[in-house]
Design a protein around this ligand. Sequence first.
Ligand code: DC
Length: 230
Amino acid sequence: MARERIAIAIDGPGSAGKGTVAKGVARRLGYQYVDTGAMYRAVALVADRRGVSLDDEAALTALASGLSFRFGWDGDVLRVFVDEEDVTSAIRTEDAGQGASRVSAHPGVRGALLDLQRQLAAAGGVVMDGRDIGTVVLPDARVKVFLDADVSERARRRHDELVRRGEVVAFHDVLSDLEQRDARDRDRAAAPLRPADDAVIIDSTDMTIRQVVDRVLALVSVVDTVPDTH
Ligand code: DC
């Protein structure tokens, strides 16, 4: 019997490993991977280029509604295209991350991206990661994971990644940026970061990526054996 192609939601705070895990799971299952954080990052990047204030909800909402997004694999790298421009590297800076956290607090911006995110998952066979996938975007996702890790471990991973990219940044700055971003994402009124009631919480502090991917795949195979009650 052909396996059902389900939706898998992976939420959690910054640098918990969501993207790497989501990609690993998508690869193993032959699913699409949708990085919703990249969409908020792109909105912040384009706003910055066009001189739109990150506090101007109406202008940001109009901007977000007008953008087109496309994701495509290039070997192991998932390329992100916005209005057909490759923004894969441009959206990975600390500024784009902080900007994304700020623009994502506006309900108008979230609403503008929500339909698009749902469309990307409509065909099934998708792993989507973000902050509100299990709670708001795909509340019927068959597997929901909330991936967490100690903040100091997350800061260490983020710092390592920046150093690998050749950026010179102090560990304590990375840590305080992460703490600030997490607080903003958790405390906002619109779709705050929190685990869905039916999410499985995985603490990856002492786990390897491989272990987390296997854990998620185990959840998927359990779901595969029980009928959908949604
Ligand atoms: O996962 P990330 O670091 O690329 O996300 C950047 C910011 O975008 C994050 O701080 C909050 C926001 N975001 C969101 O509000 N909802 C999502 N589904 C994904 C990201």
